[in-house]
Design a protein. Structure first.
Length: 267
């Protein structure tokens, strides 16, 4: 019910850009471009943790991108799920393409987007599951672009974990190692060999993605890769953006960017 009131408020109250505060714009053109305007890049933490699948990020975490993610997750700006999902869709498409090109059996089925779970207490406190909401928006964007996709929210936290925000890399790994499991019956969706793409809003050290990959693969899943809306700037791989050597996008990404950077539904 709390989430429903948040959505209604977002429709009737005056909007300002979540990234920069520009009035009468849920997300202005400039901030939208920072979120969705680049080709997703392969990124990895330094040091890179063992077991981390290939990760693609749509944007660097900071500035307007950070503000938009926090506005959606912590302040209930639920209308931002669509642009965040569009950004995540581009990263997921590239991660999924890696799995399909790798000769994975069953690659004719939908791409399976598996959200990294949040603690129940955090979800209850926010009034909504931000990660799942963005994943659903990403799946819609993928399907609209002609790529079959399905969200499979099958991962569960089997024990309590601390808030990761105040922990260093070693503490984060200890906090989540062995914490995730798979809901009963979910594994039948990926056992034919369909590629799984883990999805999350943010990657910092990669600890949660490592644990999510372990849980999926322990139940017979094939993790083709992972996709995040944003990764912290110190990640290796972002230098391609900074030096201006961005490659030409695949057709799906070009069309998604054209749609969402020119009159998308969240204006």
């Amino acid at each position: 019910m709390h989430g429903l009131w948040q959505e209604i408020a977002g429709l009737v109250l005056p909007a300002e850009c979540a990234g920069c505060g520009l009035p009468r714009s849920v997300l202005c053109d400039r901030c939208r471009a920072q979120l969705c305007g680049r080709q997703p890049e392969r990124v990895w933490p330094q040091p890179r943790p063992a077991g981390l699948p290939p990760v693609h990020a749509a944007a660097q975490y900071g500035g307007a991108v950070r503000a938009v993610l926090l506005a959606h997750k912590e302040r209930g700006r639920l209308g931002l799920a669509e642009p965040l999902g569009a950004a995540l869709a581009g990263a997921a498409a590239m991660a999924g393409a890696r799995g399909r090109a790798g000769g994975v059996r069953g690659r004719g089925g939908p791409l399976l987007l598996v959200p990294v779970p949040s603690a129940r207490r955090a979800v209850a406190g926010r009034g909504h599951d931000a990660g799942r909401r963005i994943a659903l928006a990403a799946a819609r964007a993928l399907r609209a672009g002609g790529l079959p996709a399905r969200v499979v929210p099958g991962l569960r936290l089997r024990r309590a974990v601390a808030d990761q925000s105040g922990l260093d890399a070693r503490q984060r790994r200890a906090n989540v190692t062995g914490a995730m499991g798979v809901a009963a019956g979910v594994e039948r969706l990926w056992r034919p060999g369909r590629p799984v793409v883990l999805v999350d809003d943010l990657m910092t050290t990669g600890a949660s993605l490592v644990e999510a990959a372990r849980a999926v693969e322990a139940c017979g899943g094939h993790v083709a890769g992972a996709a995040v809306v944003a990764a912290v700037p110190r990640m290796a791989g972002f230098h391609r953006w900074e030096t201006g050597t961005d490659r030409e996008r695949p057709a799906f990404l070009r069309e998604t960017a054209r749609k969402h950077l020119n009159g998308g539904t969240w204006r």
